[in-house]
Design a binder for this molecule. Structure first.
Ligand code: PMP
Length: 372
């Protein structure tokens, strides 16, 4: 017995951590800083760490009430019902659930290129095929309704990453709405807000509820909650819980009964739920993270001696010419950045916003490498 033919499926390769890189180079892990996976520069909220420690002797229980408590807290935060919150094993897990709930054999998903690879991977696992819309242009990137609608051909799911990984650009809410309006009734528009905390733009979650921010010239229909938009959020970035794997989708009200039919039993771990709830309540930690990320991306954009692209996320895309060579030279100098060749951008590296000291170190090293 062998696995079925998986040759059509792309391999997912997670970025290497400090330990792996240090081992490979025969160096001390202490010498390195990792600015490659858009993680939180301050680590988890101390409240989340405390919650994990306090919960350690209860891990023999299945997560039940914890799951409900976190769901209820998120529902309250976003002004949706508990049934509209689909907790999952990371944002990745939430994507799987959305595909289970939408895709039938032969259905396609429309994804941005360059873009986050797991949309397509997950779609393929769920019998979907993948088509792409290009968001690049000669001098940068364009995230617009036009780019999406020009490529749209009746796909069942359309992905809008906002802020977009790896460019840092974002979709205007009006464009999201227009895309949802102009695509077929059976098409779900998924707005991936994995980096949503880092932008000042409003969340597309407002489209799932009654809208009171539309102007009077809009028809009353545009005020009604939409049933063709879902939003993806994660605890991996601003909340600093990437290792716990906790994310969620916010789905239309009409989908209320679907979650129980598509979710993996105990979709989020007990520790993840407890830590997630504690992290959610520690607004100060998120604020400090977001403030520092904004400082960091501005600092990098101003001081890096290479072209950069405006970012609304906790990272900055830099055009360095030869990404692989620059990422390797940076690694030698102890700063791990993301070589974006795998995104189809062999000239760019993506640098995660670090602490002030990390950011200054990254800029200093990068400028020396570029100047060599
Ligand atoms: N969407 C985007 C655009 C991402 O970059 C990521 C993670 N890198 C995710 C979703 C998923 O994040 P997670 O599974 O850690 O919640």
């Amino acid at each position: 017995m062998r696995p079925r033919d998986l040759s059509d499926h792309v391999e997912y390769r997670a970025g290497r951590g400090i330990e792996e890189v240090a081992r490979e180079l025969g160096r001390d892990p202490e010498e390195f800083v990792k600015l490659a996976s858009n993680e939180n520069m301050f680590g988890p909220s101390p409240a989340a760490t405390e919650a994990i420690e306090a919960s350690a002797d209860e891990v023999h229980h299945y997560p039940t009430a914890d799951h409900q408590d976190l769901t209820a807290a998120l529902a309250e935060q976003w002004g949706v019902t508990d049934e509209q919150v689909w907790l999952a094993n990371g944002g990745d897990g939430a994507l799987d659930y959305l595909h289970r709930a939408t895709l039938e054999p032969g259905d396609d998903v429309l994804v941005p290129t360059p873009g986050f690879s797991y949309y397509g991977m997950s779609a393929r696992f769920h019998h979907g095929d993948v088509s792409e819309y290009d968001v690049s242009k000669p001098d940068g990137f364009e995230l617009s309704d036009e780019r999406v609608l020009d490529a749209y051909d009746g796909e069942r799911v359309v992905y809008l990453t906002s802020p977009h990984n790896p460019s840092g650009g974002r979709f205007a809410l009006d464009d999201v709405e227009r895309i949802a309006d102009e695509t077929a009734e059976e098409t779900l528009v998924v707005v991936d807000e994995a980096y949503g905390e880092f932008t000042e733009a409003p969340s597309a979650v407002s489209l799932l509820g009654e809208r009171d921010d539309v102007d009077e010239s809009h028809s009353s229909a545009s005020r009604a909650p939409r049933d063709d938009v879902a939003v993806l959020r994660t605890f991996s970035k601003a909340y600093g819980l990437a290792g716990l794997r906790l994310g969620y989708a916010l789905v239309p009200e009409a989908w209320a009964d679907a979650y129980a039919r598509v979710n993996t039993p105990f979709a989020a771990s007990f520790l993840a739920c407890r830590a997630g709830l504690a992290a959610l309540e520690d607004g100060a930690h998120v604020e400090r993270t977001v403030d520092t990320a904004r400082w960091s991306r501005d600092y990098m954009a101003e001081h890096v001696a290479a072209p950069t692209y405006e970012s609304h996320g906790n990272f900055l895309l830099v055009d360095v010419g030869d990404a692989t060579a620059v990422a390797e030279a940076m690694r030698e100098r102890g700063v791990i950045v993301r070589d974006c060749s795998s995104f189809g951008l062999p000239e760019c590296v993506r640098i995660t916003c670090g602490t002030k000291a990390e950011t200054k170190r990254a800029v200093r090293e990068l400028n020396e490498v570029i100047g060599e």
